[in-house]
Design a protein around this ligand. Sequence first.
Ligand code: ATP
Ligand code: NI
Length: 323
Amino acid sequence: MSLLSVRNLVIDYAKTRALDGADLEVAQGETVGLVGESGSGKSTLGSAVGRLLSRAAQRTDGEVVVAGEPVFDLPPDRLRHLRKRHLGFVFQDPIASLDPTMRVGAQLRLVLGRGGDVGFHLARVRLDDPRVTRAYPHQLSGGMAQRVAIAMAMATSPELLVADEPTAALDSQVREEVSNMVFSLAADAGTSILWLSHDLPAVARRCDRVAVMYGGRVVESGPAREVLGRPAHPYTAALAGASPAAAAHGARLEPVPGRPPVLTGPAPGCAFAPRCPFAVERCEHERPEPVKVRDQHVLCHRAEELAERGVHGEPVVHPEVTA
Ligand SMILES: Nc1ncnc2c1ncn2[C@@H]1O[C@H](COP(=O)(O)OP(=O)(O)OP(=O)(O)O)[C@@H](O)[C@H]1O
Ligand code: NI
């Protein structure tokens, strides 16, 4: 059974439809990268896991189940318990996620309870200087503040950590260090990770699986290396082609032409159709249902056909032929 199950989730912010029937599964102990262009719905999906959406958001349809609990139908005490014991969150801006009026040590103590060892948890994120314990959040660098936020999120060894671009605001050297820290703490605790990111090469390197979002839906998911190395959805192919790592390996740097949609209601067909080089008439007015291509789940009417000839149009060489 999945630790996290998101099924046909539809979230509206007044007139904007942020999620348009998103499906996502995260298994126990698994690390899943959630990628997609800005506005594709990553943060909305990540926040929905803990029902941490802004007040403007409304769940129009679908459900989120964490460890068997239907998140949107829980009474307040059960929801609090779920957030406190089973879930951890880290966000892009660590200073904003900490309480500006409380010293770091006091905040961590609040999470840990009476018996908790503040020093131990700070040492785990390599903040062993006692001055850090006494500091207020604004006295810390961005990297240090993010490590405090990580220590707090991981202090209860949650089953699932949702990380919404926690390294995006840090400089590149600190970024690597902080990412390493999150993945190794989670591996030690058996914590699953849902890692929201724009950084495809980093996701390919670190995550077991990847889910690609477009227009408020997960349009492709599966083993990270396979999805990004041999995409089955034309959007994934375009995105992977546009990533610098692909360029470094000799592929053409191909940004996706056109703009992503801003939906105001259900997309009548495939939201990617207007930008898709493979779109046929059906794609405009019929919503794609998930199909399985190899180990990948794909929302594309032509996925099976394209799998035969390759999304880029070149013939696919079958492994048994090359072996
Ligand atoms: N609080 C809000 N009020 C109104 N609209 C919102 C709100 N939050 C998000 N949206 C809209 O919902 C859609 C999905 O946004 P979301 O932040 O989930 O995307 P994202 O993939 O996380 O983007 P980014 O990569 O820029 O963080 C966008 O059209 C966005 O403008
Ligand atoms: Ni976001």
